[in-house]
Design a protein around this ligand. Structure first.
Ligand SMILES: [Zn+2]
Length: 219
């Protein structure tokens, strides 16, 4: 998998700090699962976060703090707990990254897709929160109405590809967009384009067509 489009620094730092929504964290984890470049950058982001913590003013310790720690070491309470092994969900479909597999019970082609408009189907993961997390399946050659964002939008391509003003996005690529970006993606391969999309606020369609269909497709 040759990945050309990556997460931006702000997103990686927010992920490392644990401040992203569940849907956005899921998407970031799903990209990182397949991207050695972002795995390395995440380690750097975590190191930066650790260094920042060390800069914080030290908290005054109780006079008997050392004694307390030593007492703890003498008991079993100080022993490291055995970490439970987190089971990896069974791999249903090689195009579903491992973190996402926890949320899906079927391969991509067998999911209960709901048609929004002809050629566009979706599956809402219903994670709650202010934004939405969904899988979108777009027929080849179809365009999503031109839109900008009130917040951030993360898109991870699972199958096929699309192009917009920013370039061509293929399986594994992530589009990390903030509210400055307005775009009109067009699926451009010979197969459906399936992507995972997480937003932290609803989209804002700019064209008349987009504004007309928005109430129906709920994007
Ligand atoms: Zn990456």
């Amino acid at each position: 998998m040759s990945i050309r489009h990556h997460l931006d620094d702000a997103t990686l730092l927010a992920y490392a700090a644990g401040s992203l929504s569940e849907g956005m964290s899921l998407l970031v984890a799903s990209h990182i699962d397949r991207c050695a470049h972002c795995q390395e950058r995440l380690q750097q982001a975590e190191a930066v976060g650790g260094a920042l913590l060390e800069e914080l003013a030290p908290v005054a310790l109780a006079p008997d703090a050392l004694e307390q720690v030593l007492a703890l070491l003498d008991t079993d309470a100080g022993a490291a707990d055995v970490q439970p092994v987190v089971a990896r969900a069974p791999l249903l479909d090689s195009q579903i990254p491992a973190p996402l597999a926890h949320y899906l019970d079927k391969p991509l082609d067998e999911l209960e897709w709901r048609t929004l408009v002809p050629g566009v189907r979706q599956l809402d993961l219903r994670l709650g929160g202010p934004g939405a997390t969904r899988l979108l399946r777009i027929a080849p050659g179809l365009s999503v109405p031109h839109h900008s964002h009130r917040g951030n939008e993360l898109t991870l391509i699972l199958r096929g590809s699309y192009s917009d003003e920013l370039g061509r996005f293929q399986a594994g690529d992530v589009a990390d967009l903030d509210e400055q970006v307005s775009h009109q993606p067009i699926s451009d391969s010979g197969e459906d384009c399936i992507c995972l999309i997480a937003t932290d606020a609803p989209l804002r369609f700019s064209g008349l067509m987009g504004r007309l269909v928005q109430p129906f497709i709920g994007l």
